[in-house]
Design a protein around this ligand. Structure first.
Ligand code: CA
Length: 401
């Protein structure tokens, strides 16, 4: 579970600058003072003085996480490259093995939470490659570092820091075993401490919600998280669809319609099967413009995004889940000859669009609904396919004018 949100059609990479220099004396002192200043927040959630001292005594900043630059990246990874690694053949194969290995646990989880097993396994695969990489940081140290060394979201990180101490105090896991990512995303499910407090589950009834050392607890926790965010059991995340010739591409990213309404517009499943529930509401999404695969997204797609707020992530989870239970690849190929625009190019495109009278509502290097609309209007005016996708083609066409 990430604390940053990535919601562009291609995955924007957050930059993490890793500074490995040891802290100076003055830095160490100011870090200790900062950590000590979190006592009232810890006390408020029930941490004892003794446990606070135990957790913070001699605590050093995590030098691998020292500086987090969560700024907008210049380079945007194309969705197909992201999916190639997120839904690799190895990850699919291992997911199938995990589905078999934990079938009894998953039976019980489905019974208890009404969340589909393949979705739970797919998230586990995406987050930590089925537990093979839970991060090499400690949640208390990572959260303290971010609370005291970053200039952003101090309250958020302070909350994570004290929550992590409380989790150890309550005996769920020893402080030393609280493995996390640099962003304090913990254990098999990569829950940040406050999400752990709200959603972690105790599958085996031993009183501990141990998402680090109990795979059943971790899987139940993920299922509980999805359930609490509105998961609809046995209703998938979405369908790859084919569109009729002369389809109005403005309907992509537009409002939700029932599947039978989409049928009337000529939209079909690429595998030729009927909709299981024609009254389901879905919205049409292209991830790489009209030349790539198109999808109708069901409500569960948005539930997956609650785990990590990126369309690319949610598509990868959904697709991995499908592959794990025997589904094949997408019917339509990605436009691998294209590439998404870099941030500087998006700014250039926005200036050019605005200058030509297609207002993007500002020049910020981000492709939001206003920019997408402006691209569509521009494409229409030039007789191009109006899919609103910020491709290199759009930019070169604008520059030619
Ligand atoms: Ca347990």
């Amino acid at each position: 579970m990430r604390f940053f949100s990535l919601s562009l059609s291609s995955l924007t990479l957050a930059l993490v600058a890793l500074v490995a220099t040891p802290p100076t004396m003055a830095e160490a002192r100011s870090f200790s003072q900062c950590v000590a200043s979190k006592w009232p927040a810890a006390q408020r959630i029930g941490v004892t003085r003794a446990n606070f001292e135990r957790a913070t005594q001699g605590l050093q900043p995590d030098t691998k996480t020292t500086r987090l630059v969560n700024k907008q990246a210049e380079f945007v990874k194309p969705i197909w490259e992201y999916l190639d690694s997120a839904v690799s053949a190895t990850r699919v194969k291992n997911g199938r093995a995990m589905l078999r290995k934990y079938s009894n646990v998953l039976d019980e989880i489905e019974r208890r939470f009404e969340v589909d097993r393949e979705a739970v396994i797919a998230i586990w695969g995406m987050e930590t490659s089925y537990g093979s990489f839970m991060g090499d940081h400690n949640a208390v140290q990572a959260a303290a570092t971010l609370a005291c060394k970053s200039n952003r979201r101090n309250k958020f990180w302070s909350d994570q820091f004290v929550a992590a101490i409380k989790i150890a105090q309550d005996g769920h896991v020893p402080l030393s075993a609280m493995r996390s990512s640099w962003g304090a995303a913990m254990g098999h499910t990569q829950f940040i401490p406050t999400s752990w407090q709200a959603y972690a589950a105790d599958y085996d009834g031993d009183g501990k919600r141990d998402i680090w050392r109990s795979i059943p607890d971790a899987l139940a926790s993920t299922a509980n998280y999805l359930k609490k965010h509105g998961w609809r059991y046995q209703q998938t995340w979405g369908y790859e669809v084919s569109l009729p010739r002369n389809f109005n591409h403005k309907l992509a990213d537009d409002k939700t319609r029932s599947l039978s309404e989409w049928s009337r517009l000529g939209v079909k499943r690429t595998n030729g099967k009927p909709w299981p529930r024609p009254s389901d509401q879905a919205y049409l999404k292209y991830m790489a413009g009209a030349t790539g695969p198109a999808f109708l997204m069901l409500p569960n797609f948005k539930v997956i995004k609650r785990y990590n707020n990126a369309d690319a992530y949610a598509l990868a989870v959904g697709h991995l889940a499908d592959r794990i239970i025997g589904g094949g690849g997408f019917a339509k190929a990605w436009p691998r000859d294209q590439r998404p625009l870099r941030r500087a190019e998006v700014r250039e495109m926005q200036s050019l669009l605005t200058r030509r009278g297609f207002s993007t509502g500002g020049v910020d290097g981000k492709v939001g609904p206003n920019t997408r609309r402006a691209i569509r209007q521009f494409q229409s005016s030039r007789g191009l396919v109006a899919d609103g996708f910020p491709s290199t083609k759009v930019l070169s066409e604008l520059k030619r004018l």
